[in-house]
Design a protein around this ligand. Structure first.
Ligand code: AMP
Ligand code: MG
Length: 444
């Protein structure tokens, strides 16, 4: 990372690449597969068992030899003698041969000799005297002596072959794969009870400002409640990391320094400071960060998002450097710069390879204006239908409207926003109907 020339603005990509170049995945730990939702695999995970482990029935019905039913029709069924009953979880104790059938439950192991299952709906039970019961009778009733089969059954019909889902040793997860609920089911279902994942990154958050007050504290004549501390810690949690609360520092170098050192001592992988990062007389954050590490105050061609500082400090325990982020104090600016630079870095620290949000396309409902030469990320709400799904035009684009005032202090519009619409550097205004890129934000 080299400090940019004062006059030159970095693009969002240049700034992000410089951050990501220093974001190394954190260490690993074993974890129960059942607890791994949201974690990131650090090693290849392979199936311990085939799925299914043995051929099983896809239906409640009768395990049979398919060839017996070649001539079966609705009116001229084939009669098979019922020789057993196989429940799920029970080892079959019969061998099915020509002319015989074993009643079988869904998920039960196919008995030797059988090559297919006829669903109970296509059968009629016969009692010991050959009297027919109800067609397709409930498969849990008394075991019939024989059954009529009313249709020809294909070989392997209604049978799930051993290994047809997964073979033993199949790759389930690769390093960098995040664990969704489905991935937890896959890993657990393939017999893996413990996996090695990255620990959650630890991200310390410090709010600064003589005017900033803790939740519930009296505001006095000139105080404001702390939005950024709670807001940034929530963003940290939503990004998959564990926040560390460094509280609120006054605009005093020693106070800021002491709290940042607390963050380093607590084992933080990154420190985020909000406010005090400009070059005003009370802006001590830059000096504080230079004292514990090194920092570059960057001018990034983004709106909102000025000023933004990034640097590193040595980790007390050695190893990869601790990332240092100085975000603007205005709550919208701090949230947007978090989205652009901190969230991807946290995902990289967490071991993920997919760092950015998927980009959608949208159409502006109103004209917008912005500073030329900066990429603007404006807060928008999407038109949603009654199910909550976005309304799209014939070209698949989402229709969006301004979520409210676009000033960098307007938290109400930030909270109302479904997404950020991206207005390119080159434009100073865009008309209603303009096509823009869209980044969906997390929804509660
Ligand atoms: P600064 O970046 O310190 O110059 O702050 C810019 C603006 O953001 C000022 O209006 C601050 O009062 C406001 N601000 C700074 N920190 C916070 C915070 N933690 N919560 C809410 N507003 C803040
Ligand atoms: Mg301040």
């Amino acid at each position: 990372m080299s400090a940019p020339a004062a006059a030159k603005l970095l693009t969002v990509e240049q700034a992000r690449d410089a951050v990501l170049a220093l974001a190394e995945p954190v260490g690993t730990e074993p974890i129960a597969a059942a607890d791994a939702l949201g974690r990131v695999a650090a090693e290849v995970v392979t199936a311990r068992v085939s799925l299914p482990p043995w051929p099983n029935s896809a239906m409640d019905g009768y395990a049979i030899v398919a060839h017996d039913t070649t001539d079966a029709t609705e009116t001229e069924p084939v009669e098979l003698r019922v020789i057993g009953d196989i429940a799920a979880g029970a080892a079959p104790d019969v061998t099915v041969g020509p002319g015989t059938a074993a009643r079988i439950a869904t998920g039960a192991r196919l008995p030797d000799g059988a090559d297919s299952v006829v669903p109970v709906e296509a059968t009629t039970p016969l009692d010991a005297d050959g009297r027919p019961g109800a067609r397709g009778r409930d498969a849990t009733g008394p075991l019939p002596s024989a059954t009529l089969v009313h249709e020809a059954v294909d070989r392997a019909g209604s049978v799930r072959a051993a290994g047809s889902d997964l073979a033993t040793g199949a790759t389930l997860l690769r390093p960098g794969n995040g664990l969704t609920a489905a991935a937890v089911a896959l890993v657990a279902g393939a017999g893996v009870d413990s996996i090695v994942v990255h620990r959650r990154p630890r991200i310390a958050v410090l709010a600064t400002g003589d005017e900033v007050r803790a939740p519930g504290e009296d505001l006095g004549p000139a105080g404001i409640p702390d939005a950024n501390g709670p807001g940034l810690r929530a963003l940290v949690t939503a990004a998959g990391a564990d926040p560390i609360d460094l509280g609120i520092a006054t605009d005093d170098l020693d106070d800021v320094l002491r709290r940042l050192r607390d963050g380093l001592a607590a084992g933080a992988d990154a420190l985020i400071v909000s406010g005090g990062v400009s070059v005003g007389p009370y802006d001590v954050v830059k000096t504080a960060i230079e004292t514990i590490g090194r920092i570059d105050l960057w001018r990034v061609a983004v709106q909102p998002g000025k000023p933004f500082a990034f640097g590193t400090a040595q980790r007390p325990s050695g190893g990869a450097p601790v990332l240092l982020f100085g975000l603007p104090g205005n709550p919208v600016s701090s949230a947007v710069t978090f989205e652009l630079f901190v969230r991807p870095a946290i995902r990289a620290l967490a071991g993920r390879h997919d760092l950015l949000r998927p980009v959608d396309r949208a159409v502006l409902g109103e004209p917008v204006s912005k500073s030329k030469g900066r990429r603007a990320f404006i807060r928008v709400v999407a038109d949603l239908d009654e199910t909550g799904a976005p309304v799209r035009d014939a070209r698949g684009r989402v229709l969006v409207h301004l979520a409210g005032g676009q000033g960098s202090h307007v938290i109400s519009a930030l909270a109302a926003a479904d997404a950020l619409a991206v207005i390119p550097e080159a434009d100073d205004s865009l008309p209603a109907g303009a096509d823009v890129a869209l980044w969906w934000l997390d929804r509660a």
